[in-house]
Design a protein around this ligand. Structure first.
Ligand code: GDP
Ligand code: MG
Length: 180
């Protein structure tokens, strides 16, 4: 099978500060995890190549440099997004409660032609903490939110233990590709 088709997909990652967005990307792209909290990074995006069926896909994954604290990520961040990854921390209720805002803000800023079919995906991160004993958002509750938003795919992840990170991003790529 020849790899004739090449696809560039812009993936943006949003959610409250501290939920693990940068860590998930680092784990996925560089296979690295750091306990240290670094609010800023050098570049706007990182890229990862993968093969899906007969296509070579380049994921261009956009991170924030801490601006998410003010919910002002700017037009350039949202422009041309093929998929939006929403991230919350299963141990922090507020980060789940603000998902509605992130979802709405995305639709407002990116303004996709068909909002109801735009590919979102939700990641519930940090499931490793305290062996799951400190989680405050149940999987059921998260899945109900996803169902209410039009069946958004849901993954529970740990950037620290590299749990479900590859699977989540593969699903993200497939979801975004299906919308091309
Ligand atoms: P961001 O602000 O959303 O980009 O969050 P960061 O990726 O900077 O992560 C914030 C903090 O949470 C850092 O100290 C990370 O080491 C930590 N962290 C991120 N993901 C996980 C995880 O899955 N498990 C645990 N235990 N800590 C995590
Ligand atoms: Mg970050």
């Amino acid at each position: 099978m020849s790899l004739r088709r090449r696809t560039l997909l812009k993936v943006i990652v949003v959610g409250d500060s501290g939920v693990g967005k940068t860590s998930l990307m680092n784990q996925y792209v560089h296979k690295k995890f750091s306990q240290q909290y670094k609010a800023t990074i050098g570049s706007d995006f990182v890229t990862k190549e993968l093969q899906i069926d007969d296509r070579l896909v380049t994921l261009q994954i956009w991170d924030t440099a801490g601006q998410e604290r003010f919910q002002s990520l700017g037009v350039a961040f949202y422009r041309g997004a093929d998929c939006c990854v929403l991230v919350y921390d299963v141990n922090v209720m507020r980060s789940f409660d603000t998902l509605d805002n992130w979802h709405e803000e995305f639709l407002k800023q990116a303004n996709p032609p068909d909002p109801s079919s735009f590919p979102f995906i939700l990641l519930g991160n940090k499931i490793d903490i305290d062996g799951g004993n400190s989680r405050v958002v149940s999987e059921k509750k998260a899945r109900e939110w996803c169902a209410a938003k039009g069946n958004i795919p849901y993954f529970e992840t740990s950037a620290k233990e590299d749990h479900n990170v590859d699977a989540a991003f593969l699903s993200i790529a497939r979801t975004a590709m299906a919308n091309e």
